[in-house]
Design a binder for this molecule. Structure first.
Ligand code: R5P
Length: 330
């Protein structure tokens, strides 16, 4: 039987952050994850060594740059350096969650643009192609001078929600003007009306609603975002509107879930607060591995089939991903 990909020409590596995802992708492709020795010197420096040859191979690294962000960033840079020095033919970095992407422009001045810096670092280290999921903003693709593909999961997430719940009385809520585009795509896809919350931030922690454009009364609500980090953005909006509406569902690609320990002692408290303001389910993907996290409000969708398909296409004869974008999950 023909193998899906040729292990003599292709290798898959993972590092510390996306181990289960990489394992499951490799299993789908009927290939082993390549061996790597990875450890820290006593002062924290990273040491790694490839345990097999990559000479003339197309190497795929599956690794998200999530917390601990700086450790995970250094790990991938160091692996890419080792791969290049070991004569890998091509290096494709599959970074489901690209950390540092949120700092993509100057907002107050005298600040860095870390997403450009990370792009430069990855390129300089030697990646030839980047594949990522729901990048924070489209312009980041332009920070790379190598092929950069951004795979959207909106279709995958919203299909899963509409299969699990009756959305016939739902509206898609855009929690601010910045999210209208994303909300419109989802509303069109599901044939639902859109509601826009026009809010203003009086001070850092004080949000006021000027207007709600559209009808929320008695409706189920679907909110789509690229990520949930502290959860503050969504919680603050929902605190102001949840009494008007019925069930609330949230879909976000990246579950960053940073725990502000001045507010919550543990993740139960963090997620219970979502439940208290009417959230029935939060759908996320495993772009970030939710290691010790399990809460009944969370539904984690697996990206391994998509990533396996990406590797199959990219390592194929033409290396083109165009077929991928015709799949039903887009
Ligand atoms: C903002 O631009 C993003 O799309 C998210 O809404 C934001 O990063 C979420 O952060 P947090 O959960 O910390 O409010």
């Amino acid at each position: 039987m023909n193998k899906i990909i040729d292990a003599n020409k292709t290798a898959i590596f993972n590092l510390s952050s996306s181990k289960n995802l990489a394992k499951s992708v490799a299993k789908t492709l009927d290939i082993e994850v390549s061996g790597l020795e990875l450890k820290r010197f006593l002062d924290g420096e990273i040491y790694l060594r490839l345990l097999e040859t990559v000479r003339n191979k197309h190497v795929f690294i599956i690794h998200s740059i999530n917390s601990p962000v700086n450790e995970n960033l250094m790990e991938i840079l160091i692996l890419v350096d080792a791969l290049k020095r070991a004569s890998a033919k091509e290096i494709t970095a599959i970074i489901p969650y690209l950390g540092y992407a949120r700092q993509d422009r100057l907002s107050k001045g005298r600040e860095p643009i870390t997403s450009k810096l990370v792009a430069d670092l990855l390129e300089k280290a030697g990646i030839n192609r980047l594949i990522t999921f729901d990048i924070h903003s489209n312009q980041i693709q332009g920070f790379f001078n190598i092929p950069t593909d951004n795979i959207r999961t909106l279709g995958y997430l919203t299909t899963a929600i509409s299969k699990a719940y009756d959305l016939s009385n739902a509206v898609v809520l855009s929690p601010d003007f910045g999210s209208i585009k994303r909300a419109k795509v989802v509303a069109k896809r599901l044939g639902l009306p859109i509601v826009i919350v026009d809010k203003r931030r009086e001070q850092q922690n004080n949000v006021e609603i000027d207007n709600i454009i559209g009808n929320l009364d008695g409706k189920d609500v679907l909110i789509v975002d690229d990520m949930i980090d502290t959860g503050n953005t969504l919680k603050k909006t929902l605190q102001l509107i949840h009494e008007k509406c019925n069930n609330i569902y949230i879909a976000a690609t990246h579950g960053v879930f940073s725990l502000d320990q001045t507010k919550y002692q543990n993740y139960d408290e963090y997620f219970n607060e979502f439940s208290k303001i009417g959230v029935k389910k939060i759908f996320i993907t495993n772009s970030i591995e939710q290691k010790a996290l399990s809460h009944e409000i969370l539904e984690v969708l697996d990206l391994s089939s998509q990533i396996a398909e990406v590797i199959r296409l990219v390592s194929g004869k033409h290396g083109a991903l165009s077929d991928f974008f015709n799949k039903e999950w887009n």
